[in-house]
Design a binder for this molecule. Sequence first.
Ligand code: MAN
Length: 351
Amino acid sequence: MADLAIRFPQNPLLEPADITPSQPELTVECVMNPGVFYFDNKTWLVLRIAERPLQKEGKVSFPVKDKDDRIKTLEFDKNHPLIELTDPRYVIYNGASYLSTISHLRLVCSDDGVHFYEPDDYPTMLTGLGSLESFGIEDCRVTEINGTYHLTFTEVSENGVGIGLMQTEDWKHISRRGMIFPPHNKDCAIFGEKINGKYYCLNRPSGLTVGGHYMWISASEDLVHWGEHKCILHTRDGFWDSERVGAGAPPIKTPDGWLVIYHGADSDHRYCLGALLLDLNDPSTVLSRTNDPIMEPVMQYEKEGFFGNVIFTNGHLIDNDRIDMYYGASDTVICGATFSIDEILTVLRDS
Ligand code: MAN
């Protein structure tokens, strides 16, 4: 099947050189995986900025936060016998895993959806705080429900990887609601309205021995306490989504059902996007799933970078039939693409 995405001709829209580091001693390595929302007649992105100190010859160094939320740097010899550096995203020392960069979230806005800037009159930086975010916060999804914006994002620390929640109405006062799903869980997308009186979200716990990186759905009365967990989507042997699957942005309501754009990765960590259709009244029922990706890494900026062959999305805006999707390419830059909802639904009807 052909790639259904029409990429923005201006791609990449944002790259590390466009971003001011959060601290003078850090370098921005990646600007990626933005949450997206519409507010005050503008398109806003909640960027994920990944930073580390400038790397010295023969050494590997990375930042973590201490118990007072101050950045400290850990540095090791690259050829230290206890160091493992097989994946650029991680540093393993003496059996303990760290991230090679620390991420924070940064707000930018745009009048045309293509040129983004940090507004002066808003707090634009959200950094990890406390013992559950000492390795940073990542990959924010934004769901607006009746004027309140709900931010779900990955919280990383030596305790594991879980899902945090923040809420705001005006983007000036943001309240932190803490961890809503404990480790290991990520990729949390809240539906934009109640279904049969309850809130729902997609999330992605990971089974360590039995199970896998599968998509789940959970329900809540208050968006903070979640239950009625159900596993709705497995990986598929021999397919492009054979190793992991995870929801993208909040599901899109269509006459056919809830449309979910999701990421799938294979054993080579190649990340593509596919689509799912969930029942409108019972979103734990999967009605259809695309066999082939609807978007694959093909452009140079999607194939090469900090971690190549990755298309990862967690944000979009909807305008009638058009999806304006923003995505991280190769975990390095931010790009945009449009889809037609109708075209995706046609493929789902035939799947
Ligand atoms: C994980 C997450 C994403 C990242 C991909 C590819 O799924 O950390 O943020 O984009 O891996 O590295």
